[in-house]
Design a protein around this ligand. Structure first.
Ligand SMILES: N[C@H](CCC[C@H](N)C(=O)O)C(=O)O
Length: 278
């Protein structure tokens, strides 16, 4: 089977085009193919499927085999995939996801190739039980969370998938590998959670490092960058538009005051095409 290796700021994916539906054994394929020693190596397995409501449907399986509702970096890669191959007319494509429904994606291209992509990531979900967390509250902002060895304060945001944003003094050097796994599986989060550690540099610049649900430490997280911006506005730390600086590079996020939708702009890159036995 042909696959295409792509990434968004180093958050990398195995992209499969041409299937009509998600294979029954997608979990096993993700576990096998995402393995960086015994497989192709990637943070996730992405299927570009037909859709009745949009140009395409995207489904994403994390490297641990769990399916995620949404993936910001992957949706930019999907848009680049179909645009560069001439499958769409014009510079806009619609992509349907489990977590955010039909999303509009605008492509900025050079010489017929998508360079950056702006995605309407939809409206953030702030209601505690819908993120989901176990907290029955309209918003979960700056709330204490205890682990067996430390306590933090967090803000919960869903972009279709759940996020826990924690502000620290030095996100760039934060001990992600110690605290990420403990918080990912914390009982406050019934579906586990993506964990973002953020340091606000000014009202339009945030450093962020991420421990992803089902994938661990990745170089970038699109939905995590959106959640970090929303959280930073709710906590009075930034304006509604900011640069989120990740290990793999920057994403530019805007939370529109009029339509309450979050817009993410960033790159997508093609690495290589290969063949793999199913
Ligand atoms: N691990 C995430 C899915 C991938 C999200 C991330 N790679 C992004 O770019 O948004 C989850 O289980 O919700």
């Amino acid at each position: 089977m042909e696959f295409t290796k792509m990434h968004g700021l180093g958050n990398d994916f195995i992209v499969i085009y041409g299937e009509q539906t998600l294979p029954d054994h997608a979990e096993e394929l993700a576990l096998r193919w995402c393995d960086r020693y015994f497989g192709i190596g990637a943070d996730g397995l992405v299927y570009i499927l037909p859709s009745e409501r949009a140009d395409y449907r995207m489904r994403i399986i994390n490297s641990d085999g769990s399916e995620a509702e949404q993936c910001g970096n992957a949706i930019r890669c999907v848009a680049k995939y179909v645009y560069d191959r001439g499958y769409v007319q014009g510079e806009e494509v619609t992509i349907e996801t489990l977590g955010a429904g039909v999303q509009k994606v605008a492509i900025q291209s050079q010489e017929g190739r998508a360079v950056t992509v702006t995605v309407d990531m939809g409206q953030p979900v702030l209601d505690g039980l819908r993120v989901p967390t176990t907290i029955d509250s309209e918003q979960v902002v700056d709330i204490p969370i205890e682990t067996d060895e430390a306590s933090f304060r967090f803000t919960a945001v869903s972009m279709g998938n759940p996020h826990c944003v924690i502000y620290v003094d030095d996100a760039v050097n934060f001990d992600l590998n110690t605290w990420g796994p403990k918080l990912e599986a914390h009982p406050l989060f019934p579906k586990k959670v993506n964990v973002e550690f953020a340091t606000v540099l000014d009202r339009r610049t945030v450093d962020m490092r991420v421990w992803e649900r089902g994938a661990g430490p990745t170089l970038a997280c699109g939905t995590g960058a959106c959640a970090t911006l929303v959280s930073s506005v709710l906590n009075g730390k930034t304006d509604r538009e900011a640069e989120i600086r990740l290990k793999g590079g920057s994403l530019f996020i805007r939370w529109d005051e009029q339509d309450n939708r979050v817009y993410m702009t960033g790159p997508a890159a093609f690495v290589y095409t290969g063949n793999v036995t199913v």
